[in-house]
Design a binder for this molecule. Structure first.
Ligand code: ADP
Ligand code: ZN
Length: 721
């Protein structure tokens, strides 16, 4: 009899065995539907020797119901799913779910009906219809998608269909993408760039695992260089995955890709329309999506024929996922390269210490681009000591920075002010009674957003309209904004330079691809004089007229110092500095700080990256921190504070006593309340030789907890809150 073991897509269940009816063909990786009690579940056929479970006698096996019309998940991806679950102490089902991330795509090919405007105007024009017609000009999509887009109800659109204002169009949901041309617009690389590109191209040709660290200063042409490897993969008919840390960077990338290869790449991210996602998923699985650019979730897609992975801005912390499966896409990308036997390029101007260490150990091959392309030179960096250069009361820009902006305005050049804080002010309090606005669901202050006239929690999204009086004492006109966010800095610029055209750039203002594109166009065409932004503007952008970068508060990143605070501060400031003077005009960077002697600031000012990394490496070595030792965190949470505390204490009492591993805590998490859940943390520091994951599994697996308690394990954590 034909039997099959399934990895069932339900983290609460173990592997289950089924019978395969004669009329169905199942092989490892097949995605199937199986009965489970009265319900149905999705499962993936797996090699039974790799998925231990209890053998069920043949007579008791139930038959699977259906095999879904998608290619079986390839073996390298199955190995990646196993490795990820094992390494990050996650359920295999939760990891596999990230591969089957478009449920629509699993249902097989076919057509769907989309709608578009016909050009006919309705005889009766209501305000809603009017709004819909102007919003949907040039758009095509399902009724639901268009209703979302236009902000009207589906009924309004159905009305427009019935009156002939809109028409149905039948589209093949899985249609192929137009092919990219590797020779569309080949740049002339510098000798340095050619040397780097050749190594990547050779590695693509060799079809073997080869991890690279592309360490090139900002503006050195890292993108142009790895594009040559992309071109080679295209010529060989193999697929390429380019991981970017944020969707906001995609817009810029799309443009550059299209000018190099003639067509845009296939985009993958979580806020896409369902129809775009399913088409992308199927084309990825069938090999028709040649180059996929996406956020970290693109890493687990079932590529048919992957030939190269690029991780751009590889140092970025947003590659680390902090909920669900807590994985680091940079590290998993390297593992995928190994299972697929292909090269992986980690590109950065400020590599993570861990990556540099891997290069030093000879595990990654290091490729350097030490100077900027063409006439551009690296910017001059100077420190503004805020203890001596004091901004006027209630303001944050010190005289040298104001003078710098003024010069740029006179010359028609651009300035960029960087402050990594969204909104207007991080804290609002009542001058009369001292009341502070706090989130009811989190241990965090509410942040004032003047543009949207709201107070918002940046952890859970809780929002209230900005009040005009204190909710505690009832006094009016007594609420004071404390500290600056980017909106407040933009206000300050407007007060000093009323004619300057400023743009606030944060995830609030650039919330979708259209807004990002509009911003890039405005900045490139010189329609913006002063950009005020968060970390969102620190990377990826190339604005030729931008010659001044001001870091408003360089000390901010060092506050609440976690393990990587110094490194992250260094990276952020070096990256934002890298936006200045990228073309023929030289750039200048002014760093405002109260601690000009801090190692980070001194290294930035001296342009001495090696000194910073050397000092940081020493500090890590002494602390037994990564890459010399390893960390893991256990996060315990519950809506009931006592229940969370008790569970955390029980875990602490059951902690293993080993020579190569130390357990700290439990202690209330710095964010002790998050989204209505009370949180406790334990921190584990282990030697590299310790069997960290196995120890954690043997420690936690036998324990039992109240049903409301959630236990999260975070291997190689980036967040300590
Ligand atoms: P990085 O990613 O290292 O910051 P980019 O790849 O963005 O650098 O390159 C910086 C700028 O220089 C871009 O505008 C890019 O188009 C340009 N550039 C780099 N190399 C070349 C080249 N060989 N020929 C033409 N333009 C180049
Ligand atoms: Zn909150």
């Amino acid at each position: 009899m034909n039997r099959v073991r399934l990895l069932v897509l339900n983290a609460a269940l173990g592997p289950l065995d089924y019978r395969v009816p004669d009329d169905l063909h199942v092989e490892p990786g097949s995605v199937v539907v199986a009965p489970l009690g009265p319900r149905q579940v999705l499962g993936i056929a797996w090699e039974s020797e790799r998925l231990p479970g209890t053998e069920v006698p043949d007579a008791r096996l139930r038959p699977i119901l259906d095999v879904l019309p998608v290619p079986p998940l390839p073996a390298p991806l199955r190995r990646l799913i196993e490795w990820t679950a094992d390494y990050y102490c996650a359920a295999m089902a939760s990891v596999a779910r990230m591969s089957l991330s478009s449920s629509a795509a699993l249902r097989g090919g076919g057509t769907i009906t989309e709608y578009r405007l016909t050009g006919v105007m309705p005889s009766r024009l209501t305000p809603q219809r009017d709004a819909a017609i102007s919003a949907l000009d040039g758009e095509q999509g399902t009724i639901r998608e268009l209703a979302d887009l236009a902000g009207v109800s589906e009924a309004v659109l159905r009305g427009l269909v019935n009156t002939g204002v809109m028409e149905p169009v039948v589209v093949d949901i899985d249609r192929a993408y137009p092919p990219a041309d590797p020779d569309h617009a080949v740049p002339t690389l510098s000798d340095l760039q050619t040397g780097a590109a050749d190594r990547f191209v050779d590695a693509v040709k060799a079809r073997k695992f080869a991890p690279f660290l592309l360490d090139g200063v900002t503006g050195s042409g890292k993108t142009e260089t790895y594009f040559e490897a992309v071109a080679e993969a295209l010529r060989m008919g193999r697929q390429v995955l380019v991981l970017l840390p944020e969707i906001a960077l995609t817009e810029n990338f799309l443009k550059r890709f299209e000018s190099r290869f003639g067509v845009p790449p296939v985009v993958w991210h979580s806020s896409q329309k369902q129809s775009e996602r399913r088409r992308a998923w199927r084309q990825v699985a069938e090999g028709g999506a040649q180059v996929v650019v996406g956020a970290r979730s693109a890493l687990f897609l079932p590529y048919a024929n992957l030939g190269l992975i690029i991780v751009d801005e590889a140092h970025e912390v947003s590659f680390k996922q902090d909920d669900g499966v807590r994985y680091n896409a940079r590290d998993v990308a390297v593992m995928r390269g190994r299972f697929e036997q292909i090269p992986v390029v980690l590109a950065s101007a400020t590599p993570a210490l861990e990556s540099l260490q891997m290069a030093e150990a000879g595990i990654y091959e290091k490729v350097d681009l030490p100077s900027r392309f063409g006439e551009a030179s690296l910017p001059e960096i100077a420190v503004v000591d805020l203890r001596e250069q004091v901004p006027p009361r209630g303001r944050w820009l010190a005289p040298p920075l104001v003078a710098g902006i003024e010069e740029r305005l006179e010359r028609g050049e651009q300035s960029l002010l960087f402050l990594n804080r969204r909104g207007y002010a991080p804290l609002t309090l009542c001058r009369n009674c001292g009341f502070r606005f706090q989130c009811p669901n989190c241990s965090a202050w509410l942040v004032e957003h003047r543009l949207s006239k709201r107070l918002a929690c940046h952890h859970c999204g809780h929002e209230v309209p900005s009040p005009s009086q204190c909710p505690e004492c009832g006094e009016a006109d007594c609420l004071t904004a404390c500290g600056p966010g980017v909106e407040r800095i933009a206000d300050e610029v407007a007060q000093i330079f009323p004619d300057a055209r400023t743009a606030v750039v944060t995830s609030d203002t650039l919330s979708n691809p259209e807004k990002i594109a509009a911003f890039v166009d405005a900045a490139e065409s010189g329609a913006i004089d002063v950009i005020v932004g968060t970390q969102l503007v620190t990377k990826g952008y190339h604005f030729p007229e931008l010659t001044l970068v001001g870091v408003v508060d360089a000390d901010l990143g060092l506050e609440g110092g976690d393990l990587r605070a110094a490194e992250r501060s260094y990276q952020q400031i070096a990256q934002v500095a890298g936006r200045a003077g990228r073309a023929s005009k030289p750039g200048e960077v002014l760093i405002q700080t109260r601690h000009p002697d801090a190692a980070v600031i001194a290294a930035l000012a001296a342009g001495d990256r090696d000194a910073f990394y050397a000092a940081e490496t020493d500090a890590r070595r002494h602390a037994g921190a990564p890459p010399f030792g390893r960390w893991a965190a256990i996060i315990v949470s519950s809506e009931d504070e006592a229940e969370a505390r008790e569970a955390a204490q029980n875990i602490g009492r059951a902690a293993p006593r080993l020579d190569d591993l130390a357990v700290f805590g439990p202690a209330p998490a710095p964010l002790s309340l998050l989204r209505g859940r009370y949180r406790y943390r334990l921190l584990i520091n282990a030697r590299r030789s310790a069997a960290l994951q196995q120890t954690i599994r043997e420690w936690l697996d036998p324990m039992e907890f109240a049903p409301g308690v959630r236990i999260g394990v975070d291997i190689d954590p980036y967040s300590f809150v």
